[in-house]
Design a protein around this ligand. Structure first.
Ligand SMILES: Nc1ncnc2c1ncn2[C@@H]1O[C@H](COP(=O)(O)OP(=O)(O)O)[C@@H](O)[C@H]1O
Ligand SMILES: N[C@@H](CCC(=O)OP(=O)(O)O)C(=O)O
Length: 371
């Protein structure tokens, strides 16, 4: 089973507040340096890595000289704003020592719920990865209006894994993995080596956060594994203080707990497309395009005869024959207005017709479910 992590090409690594701030004692520069060194090695081995890092609130509290986590939302948000500065500065310094460039990405739930912003976030993140830059991602705590508690970064890590179709989510924390009960309160608890992410028994074993500076606890990590599995990503929960956890996991060593997804990313994604999407419009396609889709190809603008409905970029649309029969459904890379402009035209003309080109296909085959 550990083969699944050994062969993972795109990884999301999540590090929690306890590790980043050495249990609230200030940023743990040695830990940051160690992650930089490991990520540089993973990159050199051909993997893409994005880092989801907590620690803004804890680092801000430390900078402001606060010893107790405040309850008021505005104070937490102020602490996050102060701490995020120090956090990204420290990452930039530590990672540059290992030849890595970093980028700050701050996201909110709305950014991932809104299709256009979702697609923009996805393009930016994948572009950064292609450029060899390590995105350092956190929730944009300063603007979230919900309780900060809902914004735990385990969930954010899973959402990012879904967003960029990562192969694995690695959650580093202050325990060695998932135990049969919280080891802080139950000394007889034993480590779970692996299991299916969707297995509901794990929720009952997991408790809340281990320290005053962390938010999620183990339960949010289990739910994150369930969520990551929906796009086919496997999750490892492992101890962040053991030597080289990332390199060992990537080498296939049985470190921590592996909660694996039971379907491949593509199957999971296509299933999700088939089950969940509300269709926002129709693309009427010609016979050549019908044959191309049935042969597993992407939909190009040249095969589209007519565009029905009014939809945004990223919306789910049906591909139909002129007689109205549904051939496939998928996520459109262009809005209805843009689709009308580029319909029947060769891909090479997209840029001159729209003034820009985002994707050469109108619907990519990975985002399409053929009936
Ligand atoms: N079944 C369990 N196995 C391991 N840890 C658990 C379990 N239930 C609760 N925990 C607690 O979860 C904590 C890790 O989560 P958390 O404190 O949110 O850390 P992080 O900052 O890394 O997200 C552990 O320190 C532990 O006390
Ligand atoms: N965005 C917050 C993250 C809080 C959080 O989820 O903490 P943790 O449970 O340690 O991952 C921060 O940077 O402080």
């Amino acid at each position: 089973m550990r083969e699944k992590i050994r062969t993972a090409r795109r990884l999301i690594v999540k590090v929690g507040s306890a590790l980043v701030t050495n249990n609230g004692a200030g940023l743990d520069h040695a830990a940051l340096d160690g992650w930089g060194r490991q990520i540089a090695q993973l990159r050199a081995g051909g993997r893409e890595v994005a880092l989801v890092s907590s620690g803004a609130v804890a680092a801000g509290m430390q900078r402001l000289g606060w010893t107790k986590r405040p309850r008021e939302m505005h104070k937490l948000q102020a602490a996050a704003a102060v701490g995020q500065m120090g956090l990204v500065e420290a990452y930039e310094k530590a990672f540059s020592r290992h030849g890595l460039q970093t980028a700050q990405i701050l996201l909110t739930h709305e950014d991932l719920a809104d299709r256009t912003r979702y697609l923009n976030a996805r393009s930016t993140l994948t572009t950064l990865l292609e450029l060899g830059v390590v995105p350092i991602i956190n929730e944009n705590d300063t603007v979230v209006t919900d309780e900060i508690k809902f914004g735990d970064n385990d969930t954010l890590g899973a959402l990012v894994a879904n967003l960029i179709e990562a192969d694995a989510l690695i959650i580093l924390t202050d325990q060695q993995g998932l135990y049969t009960a919280d080891p802080r309160t139950d000394p007889a608890a034993t480590l779970i080596a692996e299991g299916r992410a969707e297995d509901r028994q794990y929720e009952a074993m997991a408790g809340g956060a281990g320290s005053g500076i962390s938010k999620g606890g183990m339960i949010t990590k289990i739910r994150a594994a369930q969520r990551a599995a929906r796009s086919g990503a496997h999750t490892c929960i492992a101890g962040g203080r053991i030597p080289d956890p990332l390199l060992r996991l990537a080498a296939g060593e049985p470190v921590g707990t592996l909660l694996y997804a039971s379907s491949t990313p593509l199957q999971a994604r296509k299933q999700w497309l088939a089950d969940h999407l509300q269709l926002a419009g129709d693309l009427i396609i010609d016979d050549g395009a019908v044959a191309a889709l049935q042969n597993g190809r992407s939909l190009l603008p040249v095969g589209v005869i007519e565009v029905r409905g009014d939809f945004e970029r990223g919306a789910a649309v049906a591909c139909r024959t002129a007689a109205g029969e549904e051939v496939a459904r998928g996520l459109a890379n262009y809005s209805a207005t843009e689709c009308r402009r580029i319909a029947r035209r060769p891909t090479a003309e997209i840029e001159s017709l729209l003034g820009y080109i985002d994707e050469p296909e109108l619907i990519h085959r990975d985002n399409m479910m053929v009936r």
